[in-house]
Design a protein around this ligand. Sequence first.
Ligand SMILES: [Zn+2]
Length: 342
Amino acid sequence: MKVAWFHKFGGPEVLVYEEAPRPAPRAGEALVRVRAVGINHVDLDHRAGTSRIPLTFPHILGREFAGEVAGLNGEAAGFKEGDRVWVTCRLPCRKCELCLAGRDNLCLQEGYFGLDIPGGYAEYVTVPIANLNSLPSQVSFEDAAASQIAFGTAWHVLVNRGFLQAGQTVLIQAAGSGIGSAALQVAQLAGATLFATASSDQKLARAKALGAHHVINYSKENFAERVMALTGGRGVDVVMEHIGGEVFTRSLQCLARGGIIVTVGAHAGEVVQFDIIPFFRRELRLAGSKNASVLELRKVMGLVAEGKLKPVIHKSFPLAQAAEAHRVVDSRDIFGKVVLLT
Ligand SMILES: [Zn+2]
């Protein structure tokens, strides 16, 4: 089979398109013919070695993918060869206290495709049968591969960790990113008033088209001052923050009394300082957020199938051009997801 993998850490050029043996499903596994795989920023971190997680080489990335069942080794109620499927991106143990509490996104023995086991940057992947989910015919493989993590993460951030409710106000940082454009749609579905930031007027126009009521160009104006001006000095109820560094600190200044900031990324700075006094006096809250539970992933994919959530795809590339696709994601000059088609 063809695969795009890397033999050492480095820039996009280390991703090479080569021939590899087709894997065989072990007991309880299915073989999936991958048709589309979504690129996540974490893929770039793993490729560059900056995620500080040791990998075995050659390494196959690809956390979220969709395709067809090409083989089954075991009982697979409801699935047969040729069926269209999307594959749950994680392998929760289903036994630890967090899995049993329905918080399997925090599983103590989690494993991810493209990190702990080979991912979807390949024509074929073996997956546990329990990870198969039926993909309705109206959802393209491309859309399916761009939906699970962006919408699942956005749902977990806003609904589960941020307790976002109809009638509330929410600030979504970097609305042009894959998770940002997904969060706009989830927040709109939740019935909130949306404030969005982005680095260019072009991205803000796209954010408006996706439902943002107020848009702020953070490269031109102080977004915290702007949010306070737009809300008459009140601030917003919820902030989705996934930039880190100074953006995190200034995001705290956007919160209404009793508001909650949910942090889900830190590419611009992992260690921050903030003033504790206004934090407790205003009864602010800070919540971390990580991925989404399997139930949430299935919920958002159901909403994609119903047409209530629609992934924004910046561009799709053939798998052979994985290195070029990584360059595009790295440039950050994108709106939405980048997908590889196999
Ligand atoms: Zn577990």
